[in-house]
Design a protein around this ligand. Structure first.
Ligand code: ZN
Ligand code: ZN
Length: 349
């Protein structure tokens, strides 16, 4: 990607609104999460928390101190979604300050999955991989691909469930939760009306395309949800977008159009792969373009690639443009192949 992953400075982005970058350990792509701190007469309220490591925590504490806040004065933590780079430190901040922790119920429901032993998740993954047509050696390697993340995930449950349209109490600010499922089932953006700011979490990032994939904790049609959620934020006339990674930017609508075009191009790739005779999710994914050659993608990146392919297939299915013939492996059948992709289609389709 060529992104500059060095930690940006703590910055006052509006009077009373600060960004505190918190490093993500071993992150090749993201580097850091941007925690937003809203100043109020009671003390600061945060949006997102950071990954649960000692390093990240001390970085958050010192970053807040630079902005003039004490971690013990934090009043509330609104978490955009339950991924560990956002939710991880929420419990520790609550312990230090007595702050409430707020999360959308659809993501709160997933916290329990991490508290239990991960065996359940692994069995589900194996079944999924077999259905997708993954070869045996890949299934064995991939089953363990998500394991390193588990010890880092904080089991703290939220105090507050924040639903679409809720206005979490942050004195002096006009925050409204905008439920934007897709990247995670309970992803929240936050609209700050007085300054027309869209805090976009991982839903909209300036350069990276947020991962939308099918996995044991995703919805059934996360890409369908994501496309609807893109339209939803387009209803807001934002003066600036404040994402949880990379950097803030102007041009919400333009970025939404780019993200829609990206997924349209990926859908075309999926259909072209099917036109070339690929039938299992594994085969279809192996025909698509990735940041490196298919046989060099390993571990969680391979799972993510399969999950992303599957998300596009389920979206096509929801549009009536593909269906799945169940089996081991299951086989995808394209309907309504566009003319521009038909030349590569086999007679069977
Ligand atoms: Zn995320
Ligand atoms: Zn993230």
């Amino acid at each position: 990607m060529g992104a500059d992953l060095s930690l940006p400075l703590v910055e006052q982005v509006r009077p009373g609104l600060w960004t505190v970058p918190v490093p993500i350990p071993n992150s090749a792509q993201m580097g850091y999460v941007l925690v937003y701190a809203f100043e109020t007469e009671r003390g600061p309220y945060l949006v997102d928390a950071g990954w649960n490591t000692d390093d990240a925590y001390s970085c958050l504490v010192s970053g807040l101190a630079q902005a003039g806040f004490d971690i013990t004065d934090v009043q509330g933590v609104i978490v955009t979604h339950m991924h560990p780079d956002h939710y991880g430190l929420a419990g520790r901040i609550r312990e230090a300050s007595g702050a409430w922790v707020g999360l959308h119920p659809a993501d709160a429901a997933l916290i329990g999955d991490h508290k239990q032993a991960p065996t359940g998740l692994m069995e589900t993954t194996e079944e999924i991989l077999r259905r997708e047509g993954a070869p045996l050696h890949a299934i064995q390697a991939l089953q363990h691909a998500a394991m390193p993340a588990f010890p880092e995930v904080a089991p703290a449950l939220p105090d507050l469930l924040i639903e679409d349209g809720d206005q979490p109490e942050v004195p002096g600010w006009e925050l409204t939760a905008v439920w934007t499922p897709g990247h995670s089932p309970g992803h929240l953006c936050l609209w700050e009306a007085s300054q027309r700011l869209m805090l976009s979490g991982d839903h909209i990032l300036p350069r990276i395309t947020p991962h939308i994939g099918i996995h044991p904790q995703s919805g059934l049609n996360p890409l369908g949800d994501y496309v609807v959620s893109l339209e939803k934020v387009c209803a807001y006339d934002a003066s600036e977008v404040m994402p949880a990674h990379e950097y803030r930017f102007v041009g919400l609508h333009r970025r939404v159009e780019e993200l829609k075009a990206h997924h349209q191009a990926r859908l075309d790739e999926v259909l072209a792969a099917m036109g070339a005779g690929a039938v299992t999710t594994w085969e279809i994914a192996s025909h698509m373009t990735w940041s490196r050659a298919w046989d060099r993608i390993q571990g969680w990146m391979l799972r993510a690639a399969l999950g992303e392919t599957l998300a596009h297939l389920h979206y096509l299915q929801s549009l009536g443009r593909a269906y799945l013939q169940p089996g081991e492996p299951s086989e995808w059948v394209a309907l309504d192949m566009p003319d521009r992709l038909r030349s590569r289609a086999t007679p069977a389709i």
